[in-house]
Ligand binder design. Structure first.
Ligand SMILES: [Mn+2]
Length: 365
């Protein structure tokens, strides 16, 4: 596994190309006046890496320029119960984005753990960022004060690295700083699967080890062992009743789900992947007017990404490292206004078509 150092890919408009990312950020934050507003934008459904990185950025900006007002925005629900637990225990204050606003009253707009608005995981706003810090593949063109998109395990790693390079290390006796360190730590832990994910780099390990002695173990343990809502168990029963198994592939459907229950889909996919003899799992359901699916495989000869693209379409799905997802708009077949009978027919049709196609693709890989 490659653990090589990754050079930052930095594109700037107003700074010397030799400047380090943290220097560019310090300059950008210190140039703003007292009372100026800075906005941090996260994915629609922010995950622990996004939430941890936002808290880290908030801390970094405060250290550089305490006079700035900082708001953290996310597009949709913080729906996963673990992420809700994280937000509560770490006192993260976030606001829902208003898709009608251009946020022109904010002097700096920062995208964290996401690079583009209007597609995939940030569909709810069309803001143009001044600063992008991310570790995904999306690499939008344009002029930015800083665009630091690096192939590391977690965005929290990049934010932690800025903080340490700027000399703003966390004090273990300062309660709020311990919370920030804990948030960054959990972001790295979660996105790198405890540093064993393929994308883990030496910088992730260095930051992880630096943060480790600062972490609030009680809070970390509570986040790891978050309370699982009862409906997860109920939906698991439904998934178990509906499951179809062919060879080592298991496909199941949850029919219609309320939007705030969509996180049960990946949860159930992860659980079924543990079933003896099962290598590949697909769990799908209809959430609002979308067909939503989670795909998992432990079989390294299966390209989940090509299966996703051929079954659900390239624009609506993707996968890497044995884990994938899809969110396909149902268009004219959207069930929102349909009666119960029609909804049931719609589900049956979708389920038959998709499960047959998926079994064919998985067995013919
Ligand atoms: Mn991430």
């Amino acid at each position: 596994m490659a653990r090589s150092a990754v050079k930052p890919f930095v594109k700037t408009k107003s700074n010397s190309p030799m400047a380090e990312p943290h220097e560019i950020l310090i300059k950008a934050f210190s140039e703003q006046k007292k009372g100026d507003k800075v906005a941090i934008f996260l994915q629609d459904n922010p995950d622990p890496d996004a939430i941890g990185s936002a808290l880290g950025f908030h801390y970094f900006i405060r250290k550089v320029n305490p006079g700035l007002q900082i708001d953290i925005f996310h597009g949709a629900e913080v729906s996963h119960p673990q992420n809700r637990t994280m937000v509560n225990l770490l006192n993260v204050s976030m606001k829902r984005v208003d898709s009608n606003k251009d946020y022109a009253d904010y002097c700096l707009k920062i995208f964290v753990d996401v690079a583009s608005a209007g597609k995939k995981n940030l569909q709810s706003c069309s803001v143009k960022p001044d600063i992008i810090v991310d570790h995904h593949e999306d690499d939008p063109d344009g002029d930015y004060i800083l665009k630091d998109i690096r192939n590391v395990g977690a965005t929290a790693t990049l934010v932690c690295d800025y903080i340490l390079k700027a000399g703003f290390d966390f004090a273990e006796d300062a309660e709020d700083e311990v919370l920030v360190a804990t948030a960054l730590f959990f972001g790295i832990e979660n996105d790198t699967w405890n540093l064993v994910a393929e994308n883990t780099k030496q910088l992730d390990i260095d930051c992880f080890l630096h943060l480790l002695p600062l972490v609030d173990i009680a809070i970390l343990t509570s986040i790891r062992n978050y309370p699982i809502p009862r409906y997860f168990f109920e939906l698991e029963e439904i998934a178990n009743r509906h499951k179809r198994i062919e060879g080592s592939a298991l496909i199941t459907g949850l029919e219609f789900l309320k939007p705030d229950r969509r996180d049960s889909i990946p949860y159930i996919a992860d659980k079924f992947l543990r079933m003896e003899g099962i290598e590949t799992v697909v769990v799908m359901g209809i959430v609002d007017d979308f067909l939503v699916a989670s795909l998992r495989t432990t079989n390294t000869s299966i390209s989940l990404n090509s299966i996703c693209h051929s079954v659900f379409g390239e624009a609506y799905s993707g996968a890497k490292q044995g884990s994938g997802g899809a969110r396909v708009p149902l268009g004219l077949m959207a069930p929102t206004k349909a009666g119960e009978n029609v909804k049931q027919l719609l589900w049956e049709a979708l389920w038959s078509k998709m499960s047959a196609e998926l079994f064919e693709k998985i067995s013919g890989h």
